[in-house]
Design a protein around this ligand. Structure first.
Ligand code: FAD
Length: 396
């Protein structure tokens, strides 16, 4: 029997009339993406998750709709939308699956953003239109086997050799690595400065084996990047990079989208559980009619609503230029933990059905275990907030 995600009509939770805070254009973008997700992603997403495959057929469509490089300058093929529109798009895509949202986050925030911000004009013209259309795929290689939360410890090295650079080292847990045409590889040079390089997939000595056997983010490709004395020309180094802080600034962009995306996952689970508990008869009454269930629904709806308002304010601050990394940390930390709690609660409300892929909550809960780990773990964002609140760094 073909595995089909239950086609539950989407009943949006909008308790505080969140839409009122959005412009007409933002609502239009959100609704268009919602329709695309319902029609083109939802029906097959559980089967892809079970098979551990990404729905490659949607990549050109993501490009055509402007969903790759949403905030990138239109002169390089981007959609030039504002940050709130970008956030709404992340939420709509993650309503289907965190792995598919991860694909778009990496392409937009971790590949196109650094090329636009730190790349040469030649690099921008060469890569950005191709990445925006989905004809080319990119990945972002920062994490190493021994350095995740502390990327400053990286061992990957870049050594000058005439007009070229020689890259040597290993990256791990890299989204899109195996399928990427271009990898952004972060490495320390002989002066200990972190540099960012654009490494094409066919460079000699470069390989990107896929990491298998994941029970989380199964729709997303995750890979090692191996650089074995890979030679790249100086033209492949991003000239605007100013050390590790440049790599970290890309993460701020991606985390912003994740804070919004988690709302989509939470909302999908909530809508599913609300409908299910209204339908499900237990001891001759709907499950939704029990006080214990209503407490769960009330708490989840409240937390999702608070998360929406937090993201809206964050987005407006980002567009006004007043958003700081600690604001993103608060939103990412709160919304992802909230979404994970919601997904687990909804899974339990579905009883045994909740452990099947015919319902979404269990799949979202598994995915969110990655989302709470990558782009700064929950604990690292706690420490970022702790430092912002006290002035005392407590990382080490
Ligand atoms: C599916 C997936 C996709 C990913 N995609 C990418 C990608 O595209 N590019 C990329 O570069 N990376 C990617 N990552 C890597 C991700 O960013 C790292 O896994 C993350 O930064 C955590 O690093 P780590 O796994 O090494 O855990 P560690 O750093 O070893 O942390 C282990 C535990 O220690 C805790 N901890 C760490 N420091 C402290 C401290 N000071 N005090 C208290 N507790 C602490 C952490 O919170 C965590 O609970 C991905 C990861 C996954 C799972």
């Amino acid at each position: 029997m073909a595995l089909i995600t239950a086609t539950i009509p989407f009943e949006e939770l909008d308790f505080f009339n969140f839409s009122e805070l959005l412009s007409e254009e933002e609502i239009m973008v959100r609704d268009q993406v919602r329709a695309f997700v319902d029609e083109r992603i939802m029906p097959g997403v559980a089967a892809h998750w079970e098979a551990g495959t990404f729905p490659n057929e949607i990549i050109p469509e993501l490009g055509e709709m402007g969903l790759l490089g949403v905030t990138i300058d239109p002169k390089y093929g981007g959609a030039g939308m504002n940050s709130v529109a970008y956030g709404l798009i992340c939420a709509e895509i993650e309503r289907a699956d965190s792995g598919i949202r991860s694909f778009t986050s990496v392409q937009s925030s971790l590949v196109m953003y650094p090329i636009q911000t730190f790349g040469s004009e030649e690099q921008k013209q060469k890569w950005l239109p191709e990445l925006a259309s989905g004809r080319q795929i990119g990945c972002f290689g920062l994490t190493e086997p021994d350095f995740g939360s502390d990327p400053g410890g990286m061992r990957t090295r870049a050594r000058r050799d005439g007009e070229d650079w020689i890259l040597h080292g290993q990256k791990m847990w890299i989204t899109n690595g195996t399928v990427a045409d271009v990898s952004i590889v972060w490495a320390r040079d002989e002066n200990n400065k972190v540099q960012g390089f654009l490494v094409e997939k066919d460079r000699e000595g470069f390989s990107a084996p896929e990491q298998k056997h994941k029970w989380s983010l199964r729709c997303s490709v995750t890979s090692e990047l191996v650089c074995d004395e890979v030679r790249v020309p100086e033209a492949n180094r991003m000239p605007g990079v100013e050390g590790l802080k440049s790599a970290l600034s890309c993460l701020t962009q991606a985390r912003y989208g994740i804070a919004w995306g988690a709302l989509g996952a939470a909302q999908a689970c909530f809508d599913e559980a609300r409908r299910y508990t209204l339908d499900r008869q237990i001891f001759d009454r709907p499950l939704a009619g029990y006080q214990l269930t209503q407490k769960k629904l009330a708490e989840m709806a409240t937390e999702i609503t608070k998360g929406q308002l937090l993201c809206w304010k964050l987005g407006r601050m980002k567009d006004a230029g007043t958003m700081k990394p600690q604001h993103v940390s608060m939103a990412k930390r709160n919304n992802v933990a909230m979404a994970l709690d919601v997904a687990r609660e909804c899974r339990s409300l579905l009883g045994a059905n909740g452990i099947t892929l015919e319902f979404q909550s269990g799949r979202h809960a598994c995915n969110l275990e990655t989302v709470i780990t990558y782009e700064g773990t929950h604990e690292i964002h706690t420490l970022v907030l702790g430092e912002a609140l006290t002035g005392i760094p407590a990382y080490r």
